[in-house]
Write a protein that binds this ligand. Structure first.
Ligand code: ATP
Length: 246
């Protein structure tokens, strides 16, 4: 087996149960027994009906949701960078901070806006956090914003008042700028027009070519067909909470 066939991310028997503290500690079993292998340069697309647990899985991989059971593992040796496996269940907060800076990028559906921070700075920030020179980060940010057709007059403004599609493009630029080896994509094209969807497809293809492993959710069938190397249907891994819903 070549290094490219080794997974960069794997899950085995992964489980997620939410405890609803506001509702008397009621347990909501969303996922059980999920297995996956994601290789460098591969885009695996999560499929399944609304509420099946697609975003939940991305949030577990990003460390936003605690892992309830099973294992979720990064394999650094698959990229020839380091010899080792890193188990993500139970990692301390500081380790997640470093992982999100250097390893795991996340394009969420909605931009989390910090007031008074300009669009250009929002996009530059992941590179600056890694110690990249400001002029280089600025150049990369501007290239991406231009590619995503965000008008230059908006670059100096904080994106809080931008339209949904404009905010999504800022989010995409911020997510792709740091070229993390693992990228999580939660409906990155949901609010975009056809021309900008094409730009995102190109960004994904380029990321694949440099060996980025991607786990994504794409409701747009056309985009999904263009970017997916494989689909992972989540129905087979649903917990009892989903079985109760028609
Ligand atoms: N923080 C949370 N607390 C409690 N339950 C949650 C939480 N986050 C998600 N859930 C529940 O987990 C289930 C899966 O939700 P999730 O958002 O992962 O679904 P999805 O497949 O991404 O849906 P959609 O396609 O509609 O976005 C849902 O029943 C949801 O109510």
């Amino acid at each position: 087996m070549t290094a490219m066939n080794q997974p960069f991310l794997s899950a085995s028997g992964l489980e997620k149960t939410f405890t609803l503290h506001a509702q008397g500690g009621q347990q909501l079993a969303v996922m059980r027994g999920l297995d996956l292998r994601l290789a460098p340069g591969e885009c695996l697309v999560l499929s399944g009906r609304s509420g099946i647990g697609k975003s939940t899985l991305l949030k577990m991989v990003n460390g936003n949701y605690r892992i309830s059971g099973g294992s979720l593992t990064l394999h650094f040796n698959a990229r020839g960078e380091d010899d080792g496996r890193l188990e993500l269940a139970g990692l301390p907060a500081q380790a997640w901070h470093v992982l999100r800076r250097d390893v795991i990028g996340y394009v969420s559906q909605f931009l989390r806006v910090v007031p008074r921070v300009s669009t250009r700075e929002v996009v530059m920030e992941p590179l600056l956090a890694r110690g990249c020179e400001a002029h280089e980060a600025r150049q990369r940010a501007e290239q991406l914003l231009a590619r995503l057709n965000l008008p230059q007059r908006l670059w100096e403004l904080a994106p809080g008042t931008f339209s949904g599609g404009e905010q999504q493009r800022v989010n995409i630029a911020r997510g792709f700028i740091a070229e993390h080896p693992l990228l999580l994509l939660d409906e990155p094209t949901a609010s975009l027009d056809a021309a900008n969807r094409d730009v995102v497809v190109s960004l994904i293809e380029e990321a694949k070519a440099r060996g980025t492993a991607m786990l994504g959710i794409f409701h747009d069938q056309d985009v999904r067909d263009r970017v997916a190397d494989r689909l992972l249907p989540l129905e087979q891994y649903m917990g009892t909470a989903s079985e109760e819903t028609p």
